[in-house]
Design a protein around this ligand. Sequence first.
Ligand code: SAM
Length: 275
Amino acid sequence: MQEINQGILYIVATPIGNLEDITLRAIKTLKEVDLIAAEDTRRTLKLLNHLNISKPMVSYHRHNEEIRVDSLIKQLKEGKNIALVSDAGTPGICDPGEEIIKKCIEEEIMLVPIPGACAMINALIVSGIDTKEFTFLGFLPLNKKSRKNKLEEIKNSNKTIIIYEAPHKMKNTLEELRSILEDRKVVLAREITKIHEEYIRGNVEDLLKIIDDLKGEMIIIIEKTNTKKENELNSLTLEEHYNFYKNQGLEKKEIIKKIAKDRNVNKNEIYKQFI
Ligand code: SAM
């Protein structure tokens, strides 16, 4: 159980461009905490100045995350309330945060999220691509083998895919995607909430034609694997149908459920065919 005199770690979302995108609760929290742990203190200082808040800050970034955790935990145990912020958006989402959050759970220190902007959610909701089920991949891995596996996952995904990418790597990533996506819909969400905000819809080929002229922060949203293909599944043999889902990495139980649904029959009937 949490000790009464311990402080609380607030995970505070900050704007992803437009400084007005901060909640009243986030402002109140930043005003009331004893200390702000910020990914880049200079960047957060600009936000604090805009909000007329003056508060002690300490840096908490990817390169000092591990060493900083102990001192922050100590201060939380002494009763200090701390706000964790990243440069933009929600901490922990492709930003520092995970380490201290895990440690707080271990040490039974209370965690309170203060919701707000997150780039991927905003890109997704205006993409026009299916929002019911999606996979957020963050930045694609740099390691060759892991990257190849990720691309394979994207190729076969039956869920919408969301990818973050640095501007200078975007062209290369789109070129890699060209070889696996065929004509699937792709949306590039650029500079969300900023002056040059735009959403470019098309396929990878369309995006590659203009990518050299695009600057700023961007997110790629990709439609799930060809739905037409799924509609054609029922003309396959049962074995081919099974292998289609197996190649997507699904487990036997799930495959049988899916085949039954596609063919509009009871799953026990399909199950019997496989024993
Ligand atoms: N924590 C952030 C969040 O909540 O979304 C993400 C930080 S991550 C280090 C930065 C990446 O997020 C960028 O490379 C870009 O892909 C995406 N991103 C952040 N802000 C964006 C914006 N305003 N417009 C488009 N993409 C953005």
